[in-house]
Ligand binder design. Structure first.
Ligand code: 5GP
Length: 199
């Protein structure tokens, strides 16, 4: 079997339908994990929201720029997400930079992208985040108040589809209680790091 460097193994990929609480969980993993970890900033063709900063939340690209990068093989994975017409992708240089610093790479990407990523990084820790019930997706999505009805309906349809892929992830995490879910994820990553050192 191909020898995989330790750095290449430190990849955690998190997916879950809109409303599953991904953004909050990600923030807490970054602050609570007892290991160096950094979020890979994705590229997207979606226009920035009011509070979003280029290079921090996303690398905002025009469709032409994105396509050029795609053709140049600069993405580890990319996908048109939620049938929105917008493309999102994980830049290889972003993953390399974080791994090169000896940190875990945290990716928060859609199911299609995550399944592709699992082929490229078979050792990745894949985590699928769920709410305790399907009804909760809808109420959390509406509670955010950031999306139009059309977008909400589209995201709910995507959520139904994405849930069907949950069992392709190594871990399914129920976000019933924020602290508990964060602790569960941190324990998984810390145990994995322990395994690396025991090798
Ligand atoms: P938003 O537009 O709300 O920031 O993100 C929409 C969706 O894009 C989220 O579900 C997120 O998981 C997904 N996403 C963000 N970055 C990437 C990426 O680099 N690759 C893929 N495949 N999906 C992404």
């Amino acid at each position: 079997m191909k020898e995989t460097s330790l750095e290449a193994c430190r990849v955690a990929v998190l997916s879950g339908p809109s409303g599953s609480g991904k953004t909050t969980i990600v923030g807490r993993i970054l602050s609570d994990l007892q290991l160096p970890i950094e979020m890979a900033v994705s590229a997207t063709t979606r226009p920035p929201r009011d509070d979003e900063i280029h290079g921090k939340h996303y690398y905002f690209m025009s469709s032409d720029e994105f396509e050029e990068s795609r053709q140049a093989g600069e993405f580890v994975e990319c996908a048109e997400v939620h049938r929105s017409g917008y493309w999102y992708g994980t830049l290889k240089r972003e993953v390399d930079r974080i791994q090169g610093a000896g940190s875990w790479v945290l990716l928060e990407i859609d199911v299609e992208g995550a399944l592709n990523l699992m082929h490229i990084y078979p050792e990745a820790i894949s985590l699928f985040l769920k709410t305790p019930s399907v009804d909760e997706y809808e109420s959390r999505l509406r509670g955010r108040g950031t999306e139009s009805e059309e977008v909400i309906q589209r995201r709910l349809r995507t959520a139904e589809e994405e849930l069907k892929s949950a069992d392709k992830y190594r871990y399914q995490i129920i976000n019933d209680d924020l602290d508990r879910a964060v602790r569960e994820i941190c324990t998984i990553l810390e145990a994995r790091e322990g395994e690396f050192h025991a090798r």
